[in-house]
Design a protein around this ligand. Structure first.
Ligand code: FES
Length: 185
């Protein structure tokens, strides 16, 4: 009887082979699912994709900037793109531009590096002033009053003149509250 039962079972080596094959198939299936799963995470989670602004922004023309070096403020708008939408012409911040020569310019992010309020330029003082906590900055962006709570001067930005007259600024935001310029992610 015991012999008859043993005869109905497949040989032991066949059973081992079957289990090996099944195990290998399951492992391959699991490995194959990983890329699919991570792809779905990105697809369904737009917040993981950073909003981005265009690098350089055309701000104004050279003639719009006074030759005496007094800064002028320009609000900036640009297109933003996230995973789902393109937003055209949305405010992204503001810059101050000033001439340092006939064809040379300086550009600053208008946000105070202390905590992010917009600074004002006070022509009567020839300096920038932050209304939030009284930081002051010289016209070329350095800390004016050493008692200013800001730990660094205004954040300068890359600026260039294109086609002899267009002023383009590479707009960036930096983290407030640090002594160093740390770009926002
Ligand atoms: S935000 Fe400008 S001094 Fe605090």
């Amino acid at each position: 009887m015991e012999n008859m039962h043993a005869q109905n079972l497949p040989p032991q080596s066949d059973r081992r082979g079957f289990f090996k094959k099944t195990f290998a198939t399951v492992i391959v299936a699991i490995i194959g699912l990983f890329p699919v799963a991570s792809g779905l995470t990105v697809f369904f989670d737009p917040l993981r994709r950073k909003s981005s602004t265009t690098g350089a922004v055309r701000v104004t023309t050279l003639e719009a900037l006074p030759i005496d070096g007094v800064p002028r403020k320009f609000p900036l708008v640009a297109s933003r793109i996230d995973a789902w939408n393109t937003f055209t012409e949305v405010p992204i911040g503001a810059v101050y531009l000033r001439r340092t020569g006939e064809k040379t310019l300086q550009a600053f992010n208008a946000s105070c590096p202390h905590a992010g309020c917009f600074v004002d330029y006070l022509p009567e003082r020839g300096a920038f002033h932050c209304p939030c906590h009284e930081s002051t900055f010289t016209a070329d962006g350095k800390i004016d009053n050493p008692d200013s709570p800001a730990q660094r001067g205004l954040d300068d930005l890359k600026v260039e003149i294109r086609n002899s007259k267009e002023v383009w600024v590479e707009f960036r935001n930096f983290q407030a509250g640090h002594a160093e310029k740390i770009p926002m992610a």
